[in-house]
Every structure is written in C-alpha cells, then in structure tokens.
Design a protein around this ligand. Sequence first.
Ligand code: SF4
Length: 360
Amino acid sequence: MHLPWFKIAPLDKGTRYTECVITPALDLPTINQTDNAIATKRVLLLKPRGFCAGVVRAIDIVQIALEKFGAPIYVRKEIVHNSYVVTDLAKKGAIFVNELDEVPEGARVIYSAHGVSPAVRQHAKERGLKVVDATCPLVTKVHVEAIKFAKQGYSLVLVGHRDHEEVEGTQGEAPDVTQVVSTLEEVAALVVPDPDKVAYLTQTTLSLDEARYMIEALKAKFPNIVGPHAQDICYATENRQVAVKNVAHGADLVLVVGSKNSSNSNRLVEVSKNLDTNSYLIDSADAIQPEWLEGVNTVAVTAGASAPEVLVKDVVEYLQTLGYGDVDEVEVMPENVRFGLPPEIVQAIASAPGALSSAR
Ligand code: SF4
C-alpha cells in the first residue's frame, strides 16, 4: 500500500527506475508519542528492500552450479555480503575461500558479485581453474569505464572504500593510474601528473549524498575532470536510500536488515541517522535490543541489497510479538530489474533442462 503522504511521480516510457521522482507531500502527519489515543505501535515496511538483481543472479549462479556440476563448488570471497546467505550456500556444498591458492588446480570457482581484478583472472588461468563469473553487470560497467579512461590517458580517482572487494577489483583494472579516495582530506591531498586529464568513478554502493559532495570536491580541485555518462551508484543502492529518505522522518526508528560488511546496508543506516532518525543494522531479529524500542511507536524496516526476505519476515514477526501489530508496506517506487545468467550457467541449464527444478 501507499501511505497517503507519499506521492510517486509517473515514469515516462523508457525511464529508468533510478530516475523516477519521489515527491514527499508537504502535509506530513506528526506522530505524537505521548498521546496514547493515537500512538499505535506500527511497522512501516519499506519497498523496495532486500535482494537486488545482482544478488539474485549471484546466488542463482552458485545454486545452479551446485545442482548442475555437483559439490564442491569453490567461491572466491563471500558471494554476497550476507552471513545467512553464505551459511546457507555452504551447507549446500559451496566452499568459500579468500584466495585462489586455496582452490585445487583444475577445480571450478565462482567469482563473487563484487568482481575481481585482472590479476585474479590471470591467477585463475595459471591454475587451470574453471571459472564462473558472478560479478554484477553493474560492477562490470565500472570496470569497463576504468579501462576506457586509462586507455585514453586519464589519471583515475575512484571514490570508495579501499578495503572493499569491489574497489580492489576496479582499481586492479588500472592500478598504476588509479587512486582511491574516501574522504575530503584525501581529495585535497591528491596529486596527479596532469590536473586537466583526470577522470573519476565511484563504488556502486556509496551513499548518494557522500558521493555528491566527494564529486563536488573533485570538480572544485580539477575543473576539467570527467566522469561516467551515468552515475556508478547502482539502481538498487539508490532506490533503497530514496525509500529510507522518504520514510525516516515519519518513523521513530529505522531497522536495516543486513550484515556488518554489507556496504549498501551500512549506507542505509547512515541515511536514516543523517535525517535524525535513530537506526541500527541487524543481521537478524535476534540482534534487536529491547532498549532500542523504548518510547518507539513507529519502526521502519528495510533491508540491504544482499539480505534475504526471510530475515525481514522474522524481524516483522518479532516486532508484532512486542505489540507492533499494524504492518504497512510503503512502496516508494517500483523496481523490476533482472540480469541474465553467464554463458557457462546458461549452457549447463540447456544441457539438462530439468536442472532448474530446485533453483530459485
Ligand atoms: S548492490 Fe547494485 S552493484 Fe551490488 S550486486 Fe546489487 S545491483 Fe549489483
């Protein structure tokens, strides 16, 4: 359902979901927490939330590979940053490794949704590994941009978190000319061979606001800097943040279901806190602390792009046991994105039509 104070501008034919305009109405009802007559405990369930197209694709790849090729299937790094998903796939026979050295020569390995650098691809080749690439196509888009700018002679500035696997992979496309920046101080300290030949890219899961001020700072420092045609922050990251922005002011608390190492989930917590609505990142309902709910009437619940719906359901059911009886789903925008599977998996499915019977 739509709450009455949300208006969704219609999408033009062909408009990307990320470009739809959300217009908060001006007459936002005030929640009076001291008036028992109207202070109903309720849950606002944000939509879109949870799995994005890249995560669905990556999990499908592992599940189909397990079914078609049989266990063990090795996966480099966590396939997506969610402990529930990783544990579930490990139970089904996936073996998660940190580096390719841990994969027996000639075995099958899947790259995670966050992508890998060319050095990793080369390493796999040297070890004779059978590779299935589950890199999200929207991460691949950033890799392609990095290669293009580097070939054109640009110094590259990659805005992102340098310890994140996605950033390691993108930086690896052009390591000699790429500098990673996470703060305004790092932007100020940048030194490049030619200030008129600089390009920027960003991690796909940054906060929209953080990316905006970082890019503004880069433009101030390098007036001729160029960037990607379309922003690198992906549709799923943007849509989930926009949903929080539109609902946080009507809630007393925002709970974000997601794992600690999930970048886009952490950003959702930040977005809410920046709007002065308290927020916590929780792996599951078990993590909810009773004191968080003291004096709280309206709890907004969302989930990062790698968090499964079953965990959201558990959170809502737990809140219901605590008296949060009304659950309203707030759809801030439609989202219906799907990505195709990689050729190795398509071929595997084609060679045994019944192979999808138990895959999601
Ligand atoms: S969060 Fe965005 S970039 Fe990451 S897997 Fe999902 S769609 Fe792809």
